[in-house]
Design a protein around this ligand. Structure first.
Ligand SMILES: NC(=O)C1=CN([C@@H]2O[C@H](COP(=O)(O)OP(=O)(O)OC[C@H]3O[C@@H](n4cnc5c(N)ncnc54)[C@H](OP(=O)(O)O)[C@@H]3O)[C@@H](O)[C@H]2O)[C@@H](O)CC1
Ligand SMILES: [K+]
Length: 486
């Protein structure tokens, strides 16, 4: 944002104008969201976030509100645009310790934004804790004070906002947890930044929405047939662990793959046979494994991991997958097999000439990566670093699932409902992903689409859903995709 700011100034829009527009947007949203709030307390900090607060204070006063400003730091110490904004505030300011929380009906948090450089302590921490304890509605300017907008982390005390008004674009911290919950509802306001200013920032991460991948989403062709829609091979778990691979296989089919085959030992297939109809079954010869099947020219995509096990036999089957090449979705037990050895996983993927998508949750990710990650790295940074190290698309799952590619693209999802955290849901996600890859969707788009569809399917199924419900719920979600952007 600092680069965008600088580019805006070069393109003829001053910092003063941007700040005026930012403060105006805050005042406008405050007045519209809290129509009945007459008494507004603005908490202003020592930088430009505080400057936005002074602009909002002046505008709310002009609109007929009663406004008080509590300033952290000395008025004379304000610099640049913030000093200008404070100079146009004709009233006085009060000390933070005198901030009239009891009097206020709305609190505007303009203490710290993008310039937060360390955990809050002393009077700043006390003011943030008093704001949270006041029970009054809080509108945060840019980010709740104390939240790191780049990582979504709050290393010290942090404002818990009801609404956060940010500018130009969401920042990763608005989406990554715990940031998302500390922000409340996020409103993005334009502040008159000139066209072209945004290209100054290399935007690596995007919000996961259909607009991101819709153009690459596979459309069935009227002259197509089941094999032209892609064939997915899913390695089955053993006799007493077939459920996970069956969930994945069913999901791959629902995601539009033309054909899906569960491959495994006969005793496991007998269990599958009692459950599936459209999913095909193929016995893997005890010696030859699934290598002959994968060598079939129609199998372009294979999925290994859910319920697969980690014994020597499972490792051998996984090796056969790598040797077969093609597109691979690697989940669950793969991260135990390669625990602490991500470089070796990367080498196996590369040697096989595979295009791989890995779908670990946080626990599996930690197991796979061992000690390699900086402890303070954000989820976004960790997913990008692992993806670059391994040479595969990484789907780091959670309520804020990040999809990252080796060339530095990322998406962050915010649509998964809390009740999606349930047994088997991850297997369904891996299956959707495989189903989309099999239809030729590029890995980043396929993985991002799978994550979004998975979240929407859970919403569609509603509370009380279990993983078994998700594949069927995909039908309505896919149907709505045709209705245009949501
Ligand atoms: N294009 C845009 O996006 C636009 C952005 N705009 C706005 O500008 C905001 C960014 O402004 P900013 O860069 O001045 O930083 P800001 O957050 O006010 O804080 C810096 C001050 O806080 C201090 N400080 C830091 N940490 C501290 C701590 N823990 N405890 C105590 N002090 C601490 C730090 O001191 P220092 O670290 O130097 O000692 C410095 O004095 C942005 O969020 C948005 O609201 C709009 O106006 C226009 C367009
Ligand atoms: K703030």
């Amino acid at each position: 944002m600092a680069k965008v700011d600088a580019a805006a100034v070069t393109l003829g829009v001053s910092g003063e104008t941007l700040m005026e527009n930012a403060g105006a947007a805050v005042a406008d949203i405050a007045a519209r969201r809290w129509r009945d709030a007459r008494r507004v307390l603005v908490l202003a900090g020592p930088g430009n976030n505080g400057g936005d607060g002074f602009v909002a204070a002046r505008r709310l006063l002009a609109a007929g509100h009663e406004v008080r400003v509590a300033l952290l730091g000395e008025r004379a110490a304000l610099k640049g645009d913030a000093a200008g904004a404070a100079a146009r505030w004709d009233d006085g300011v009060v000390e933070p310790s005198d901030a009239p929380f009891d009097w206020a009906e709305l609190v505007i948090d303009a203490l710290f934004g993008a310039g937060l450089s360390r955990p809050l302590d002393g009077p700043a921490a006390a003011l943030v804790m008093a704001a949270n304890a006041s029970g009054k509605p809080i509108l945060a300017v840019d980010v709740p004070s104390g939240l790191d907008g780049a990582s979504g982390r709050a290393v010290g005390p942090c404002v818990e906002a009801d609404v956060t008004v940010t500018f130009i674009r969401r920042k990763p911290g608005h989406l990554l947890l715990p940031g998302r919950t500390l922000c409340g509802e996020v409103v993005v306001a334009d502040i008159g930044q000139p066209d072209g200013a945004l290209s100054a920032a290399k935007v690596a991460a995007r919000l996961n929405r259909p607009e991101l991948w819709r153009a690459a989403f596979p459309e069935p062709r009227i002259d197509g047939h089941k094999y032209s829609r892609g064939h997915v091979a899913v390695w089955s778990g053993p006799l007493l662990a077939t459920g996970a691979s069956r969930l994945a296989a069913t999901a791959a089919l629902r995601a539009g793959a033309g054909a899906v085959t569960l491959v495994g030992p006969r005793p496991a297939l007998k269990i599958h046979a009692a459950h599936v109809t459209a999913v095909m079954l193929r016995e893997a010869d005890q010696k030859a494994g699934w290598a002959p099947f994968l060598a079939d020219r129609r199998i372009g995509t294979w999925l290994f991991g859910p319920g697969a096990g980690t014994d020597e036999e499972a490792c051998g089957i996984l090796d056969q997958g790598f040797s077969a090449g093609g597109r691979a979705v690697l989940d669950a037990d793969v991260f135990t097999i390669f625990g602490g050895r991500p470089e070796e996983l990367g080498a196996a993927i590369e040697d096989g000439g595979c295009e791989a998508v890995l779908t670990p949750h946080e626990g599996e990710f930690a197991r796979l990566m061992g000690e390699r990650m900086r402890p303070d790295a954000s989820k976004l940074e960790r997913a990008l670093a692992a993806s670059a190290l391994i040479g595969a698309t990484v789907v780091l799952k959670g309520p804020d699932t990040v999809v990252a590619t080796p060339d530095g693209c990322a998406s962050i999802a915010d649509n998964a409902p809390a009740f999606l955290a349930t047994a088997g849901a991850g297997d369904v996600l891996a299956g959707i992903c495989a189903g989309l890859l099999a239809q030729g969707m590029p890995a980043f788009e396929a993985a991002s689409a799978a994550v979004w569809l998975h979240g929407e399917a859970a919403r569609e199924a509603g509370r009380g859903m279990i993983a078994d419900d998700l594949p069927l719920a995909l039908r309505s979600v896919l149907g709505r995709l045709d209705d245009g952007p949501s």
